[in-house]
Design a protein around this ligand. Structure first.
Ligand code: GLN
Length: 198
């Protein structure tokens, strides 16, 4: 059976990096900017970048409403950093008027780790993914301030700050596995896609 086509939302951000990881895992990948392109995919990755820009462009391209609808219908979505912000039901420190697609029952706080030059990398224990620990790169990432009853924590820093969450077919990370040759989150996403499509 041919594997289902997955999309990377290609309005802004590190689209190519995600495309590369997914392609290396054998996925059939297309870039999504329009409602018609969205219709053709069985799952969507929302890249890191700038959530307020992704928000604005998604509304301008009239793909925001259709993405919300697909999320409600159970489409698997994986968001990294700005992508996690787009998936959060509640966003703290958003710019005026900023909206998210929502779906994840969490509250995220933008830029929670400080500015660009406070970016850092760390080894992160993600029990569900087993060994080895994930090498995680944080670049002006959000932190998950509150996890609602429908979502679950997938990873937290040693000080308890939550940086990866999942809920049904949705997955979000504060960091950028696509920048570290870390394929396990993308594989998790592709498994959800295969399950949902099958
Ligand atoms: N600070 C960015 C935002 O608010 C996210 C940064 C990133 O995706 N690397 O969208």
């Amino acid at each position: 059976m041919a594997s289902p086509t997955v999309g990377v939302l290609a309005l802004q951000g590190d689209v190519r990096e995600h495309q590369r990881v997914l392609t290396d895992l054998g996925a059939d990948v297309v870039l999504v900017r329009t409602p018609a392109q969205l219709e053709a995919v069985a799952g969507l990755v929302i890249p890191g970048g700038e959530s307020s820009v992704i928000d604005k462009l998604s509304r301008l391209f009239e793909v925001a409403g259709p993405i919300r609808k697909r999320i409600e219908d159970g489409m698997p979505v994986f968001g990294t950093c700005a992508g996690l912000i787009m998936l959060a039901d509640r966003v703290v420190d958003a710019i005026s008027g900023q909206q998210s697609f929502g779906g994840l029952d969490v509250t995220v706080r933008r830029n929670a780790f400080g500015s660009q030059n406070q970016s850092f990398e760390t080894e992160l224990d993600v029990p569900e993914l087993g060994e080895p620990a994930v090498h995680a790169t944080f670049i002006r990432g959000p932190v998950v301030d509150a996890v609602g009853s429908r979502a679950r924590v997938m990873a937290a820093l040693p000080d308890g700050r939550v940086v990866a969450v999942a809920q049904g077919n949705l997955l979000g990370t504060s960091f950028h596995p696509e920048m570290n040759g870390e394929p396990r989150f993308h594989q998790y996403f592709l498994d959800r896609v295969a399950e949902h499509a099958g």
